[in-house]
Ligand binder design. Structure first.
Ligand SMILES: NC(=O)c1ccc[n+]([C@@H]2O[C@H](COP(=O)([O-])OP(=O)(O)OC[C@H]3O[C@@H](n4cnc5c(N)ncnc54)[C@H](OP(=O)(O)O)[C@@H]3O)[C@@H](O)[C@H]2O)c1
Length: 209
């Protein structure tokens, strides 16, 4: 697939680099061609290409959003998605690692409002980027789960396909409004790891019978 990335820092690069090595074509969308992270990404993986954000969206089959949450509105302003899937990896994080929108609504629903003609799927948000670089836990017989949320079944199927290729067990939690709960899971993970000394190489698993 042709996969586009808006934001190619720790999260964007980790996911894009793995997907490129699985055979996907990666286009980084950035209107600032002197962006430090863009230069670093193109240097680290010369098979990535670069385009303006709108051109990238026109070319790609599916796009990822991996920017600081505070940049999302301006980054998405005026971008036409024409029904394409936009994977929201971003998290609204407020003071003291609280929910940045005061839990009134999810960041993913705000992203959907800022990109109204995209099919937004929340994914790749509940762990630190360390687990996007390496999610292999060979001592276990279950895969790390990746909880997703979104309103469009086809868009969620596309994301689930990529998750499966990456070695995650995708789990559909329901409509995009479920993202609020996923964002709180993120805060739990972040507080445990970034504040309370747990290893970043820990993931959630989903066991069902
Ligand atoms: N870090 C984690 O472990 C983690 C895990 C899951 C989700 N998240 C979420 O994922 C998002 C990205 O986090 P990150 O750690 O990857 O951040 P990061 O390493 O700082 O990368 C941010 C990326 O966004 C770009 N960017 C920043 N402002 C922009 C703007 N106004 N317009 C266009 N591009 C802009 C940056 O480009 P420049 O270099 O040009 O500034 C860079 O490519 C955040 O919302 C974060 O909450 C983070």
């Amino acid at each position: 697939m042709k996969l586009g990335f808006i934001g190619i820092g720790k999260v964007g690069f980790s996911i894009a680099n793995r997907l490129q090595k699985l055979g996907h074509e990666i286009i980084v969308g950035n209107n600032n061609s002197s962006s430090e992270s863009l230069k670093k990404a193109l240097n680290q993986n010369p098979l990535f290409t670069h385009a303006q954000v709108q051109d990238m969206v026109m070319q790609c089959d599916l796009a990822f959003l991996a920017t600081p949450f505070g940049a999302n509105q301006s980054v998405l302003q005026g971008i036409s998605f024409k029904g394409k899937t936009l994977v929201d990896c971003t998290n609204p994080v407020g003071a003291g690692i609280s929910h940045g929108l005061k839990s009134d609504k999810s960041g993913a629903e705000a992203v959907q409002e800022w990109a109204p003609d995209a099919n937004v799927v929340k994914a790749f948000s509940i762990y630190g980027y360390e687990n996007f670089i390496d999610n292999a836990f060979p001592q276990y017989h279950v895969k790390p789960v990746m909880l997703i949320a979104g309103n469009d079944a086809k868009a969620k199927n596309e994301v689930s396909f990529l998750l499966n290729e990456l070695g995650f067990a995708g789990k559909d939690t329901g409509p995009l409004s479920q993202s609020l709960h996923l964002e709180h899971m993120t805060l739990l993970w972040v507080k445990m790891v970034r504040m309370n000394g747990h290893t970043p190489h820990f993931v959630w698993a989903c066991l069902e019978k």
